[in-house]
Design a protein around this ligand. Structure first.
Ligand SMILES: Cc1cc2nc3c(=O)[nH]c(=O)nc-3n(C[C@H](O)[C@H](O)[C@H](O)COP(=O)(O)O)c2cc1C
Length: 219
């Protein structure tokens, strides 16, 4: 896939959570994923420690097993489905309920179709942080998020859609068993479904005005 004609600002504003516009029928070449990861590993590392790992899952039965764990997480008490139902329940009338139902539909769609997404990428970081200080946790997780986002940007530039997901982590240990990850030594940060997008135009997201979240010099 040729690189899309996007300015850097367009790339940064239009790399969106893609779910319903993932092309589930088009295979993704291994080289494309590899190129995106070559760019991703240029991201910053804490103390020059490259403790990251990326598991690229294309095998249908492995994807099926991960998708089953994701579904289990989504339908667990307090999981995605409960949260989406709570969102819909806030509607003042039927019209708003229909609107909110449409709004949450992509999240439900992904839950039902995750096994069909041709590539799952699992970013991992060495070292578990349960019972560590907030500072240690921040440094540890900070070792994987910049590379993960770089991967998603690089994917977007090549016409690939992604969405950062974490639901399967409710069953992280089971997922580690599926993938052969040494759970005691390595944390999974999420699961990124990757597929070519249906169309390549995406709009920037609606966001709160910057003034409401920006603080100069002090809170
Ligand atoms: C840390 C994090 C975890 C997320 N986990 C999930 C997830 O498990 N499943 C999912 O469908 N989307 C997940 N998302 C995507 C958000 O739900 C998505 O960003 C949301 O739809 C809002 O879209 P926006 O980022 O364009 O505002 C996650 C996003 C972030 C940043």
């Amino acid at each position: 896939m040729p690189i899309l004609d996007l300015s850097i600002d367009e790339l940064l504003t239009t790399t969106r959570a893609v779910r319903k516009r993932l092309d589930l029928t088009r295979p993704v070449e291994a080289e494309e994923i590899q190129q995106c990861l070559e760019l991703a590993v240029q991201a910053p590392t804490p103390g020059s420690q490259q403790n990251w790992h990326f598991i690229v899952v294309t095998d249908p039965s492995q994807r099926g097993a991960l998708a089953a764990l994701y579904r289990k997480g989504a339908h667990s008490p307090g999981g995605q489905e409960d949260i989406l139902k709570q969102i819909i329940a806030t509607a003042a009338d039927e019209k708003e309920a229909a609107y909110l139902t449409r709004k949450v539909d992509p999240a439900r769609y992904l839950t039902e179709h995750l096994h069909e997404v041709p590539v799952h990428v699992i970013p991992c970081i060495e070292g578990r942080v349960e019972n560590r200080s907030a500072a240690e946790q921040a440094a540890r997780w900070g070792g994987i998020w910049p590379a993960t986002w770089s991967f998603m940007l690089a994917a977007r530039s090549r016409g690939l859609g992604t969405v950062l997901t974490t639901i399967h982590l409710d069953f992280e240990q089971e997922a580690a068993d599926v993938l052969g990850i040494p759970y005691e030594q390595v944390m999974q940060a999420g699961l990124i479904p990757v597929a070519y997008t249906l169309g390549t135009m995406f709009k920037p997201a609606a966001r709160k005005p910057l003034e409401s979240v920006l603080h100069w010099d002090r809170w």
